[in-house]
Write a protein that binds this ligand. Structure first.
Ligand code: COA
Length: 148
């Protein structure tokens, strides 16, 4: 039987399914007590610069991505696909959908940060047309605590 695959914007009503997906997918640095808490996600969505897209197969959430921008660049964050649904092109489809949202928001540059040991994600973004501008780049952050 044909599977019904759809991509749609997620809202707070999808929070539990989204967090479960992130954890199932083994996404690094998920902070359920910090920025990924219910209140944290609600606050981010309320800014209007963050869009969360979900990919559903027969109504089950199996992929998601966060598209956001800083008014200069669009950022693709938190891309994750359920381990049981990988290598079917779903992440590529989510990237394309996130790019569409960001282009509609006026972004002409779209960027993603990929950890140096994440070969699948690196291969995915390269295939989607992303070019690494500086292999020697250092990613630095300042944060209040490890929980945020
Ligand atoms: C990275 C991830 C999102 C890829 O999801 P996916 O749905 O399996 O990816 P797709 O099927 O769309 O892959 C598209 C292309 O990316 C590349 N790719 C994806 N996974 C790959 C892997 N494990 N090894 C090598 N290349 C891979 C391939 O070129 C693939 O095309 P192909 O299948 O025709 O060869 C998924 O593995 C995941 O959720 N990982 C854990 C979370 C994570 O690391 N997210 C990224 C944070 S930056």
């Amino acid at each position: 039987m044909e599977e019904n695959v759809t991509v749609r914007r997620l809202g707070m009503e999808d929070y539990d399914a989204l967090l479960a997906l992130w954890l199932r997918a083994g996404l690094h640095s998920v902070k359920p007590q910090g920025r990924d808490s219910r209140a944290g996600i609600a606050r981010q969505l309320a800014t209007g610069v963050q869009t969360i897209l979900g990919l559903e197969v027969d109504g089950r959430l199996v992929g998601a991505v966060v598209a956001t921008h800083d008014s200069r660049k669009g950022w693709i964050n938190r891309l994750a696909v359920d381990p049981e649904y990988r290598r079917r092109g779903y992440a590529a489809r989510l990237i394309a959908a996130a790019e569409e949202v960001l282009r509609e928001q006026g972004m002409r540059i779209i960027a993603a940060l990929v950890e140096s040991d994440n070969a699948p994600s690196y291969a995915l973004f390269r295939k989607a047309g992303y070019v690494e501008i500086d292999r020697g780049i250092h990613y630095l952050t300042k944060r209040e605590s490890d929980a945020v």
